[in-house]
Design a binder for this molecule. Sequence first.
Ligand code: HSE
Length: 383
Amino acid sequence: MKIGLLGLGTIGSGIYEHLAKRDDIEVVRILELLRHPGLEHLETSDYNEILNDPDIDTVIELIGGMEPAHTFTVQALKAGKNVVSANKLMLSHHMEEILTLAREMGVHYRYDASVGGSIPFLYNLMRYRGADRLLSLSGIVNGTTNLILDVMQREGRDFDDVLAEAQKLGYAEANPAADIDGIDAECKLAIASAVAFGQYVRPDDIATEGIRHIQAADIIYFKEMDRVCRLIVRSAPNADGSLSAVVEPTLVTADSTEAAVHMNMNTISVVGEYCGLHTFQGQGAGKDPTAFAVELGLRDILDGVSPRLNPIPEGYARVDNRQGRRAYYLRTTAHPGVPAEKLGETEHGAAYRLEPMSAAEMHALAAGLREKDPRLFFAGISE
Ligand code: HSE
């Protein structure tokens, strides 16, 4: 197998190092703007050198972001090359085009590394589709925010300090706003939901709230409730054929699976009609874990796993988050304007427990209150 590697950042250098120890997969060209000592003979700034090289059968796309990753991917697939990628932003916005094109060309588009880091989750989920009907998907899919929430609660450290650590460890996105505003988790939920439920999900249809404004003062109230805050993604088909899809900080019980997920770890649980509850766990971000997931895709291609394992979803889900109700924690300087129990005062506003409402109602309420208090924080309170 001969590889054209796009990008030599954290994950790119990881996969290069892993493959350098193997003799069945060879990186023969690297698209990179910078030059790295000892690799100059492989490095190029011209993508055509990869695209037009008939010896290169597989492209690993690790440049991330929307463009030129999208264009390069489409060009590689059209040239009959397999593509292996960790690019959740690009894939979640172009999933129909990319999967359809790969199927038409009879090549692989492997995206194991795009959700759940090292966890061999997505490609196992694909195998469930013929054998079971999935009823729900939920979990933690962003390592950076998990590290921040975990360390803030357990060690009392500051948000910015832990975020800087996540950046140093290579967990955070190039622009960490994508992590702390829940966008990275939103993209991953769109991809995983499409695989689980067989319909594409537009990331913008997902109700998304991040953790940017969490304060140490909030955590005092979580501890009083014997709860732990996690950034949870969840999706499930509704009885009327629509899909609920939500990313929001959630106060989980101290004895829950999610509360025991520490540092950069991820966890994803699916419930199937026949298989019951399955929970996957492992490192969700970082150089070696993510490079491992990229290599899993390469090895499957090498071992002749059919590209048809990758299911093509049918149509787009109608996302509706008005069903299901839960209580919410809210801390704001504004008046909540809905039935609420006041828990106390902080220097960033009063803390409340709101009566149960749907995710659609809560996200709309927060959007309205933000006009008066842009730094409010809320979290769902799980059952
Ligand atoms: N920024 C992402 C995270 C990287 O923290 O989970 C892995 O997708």
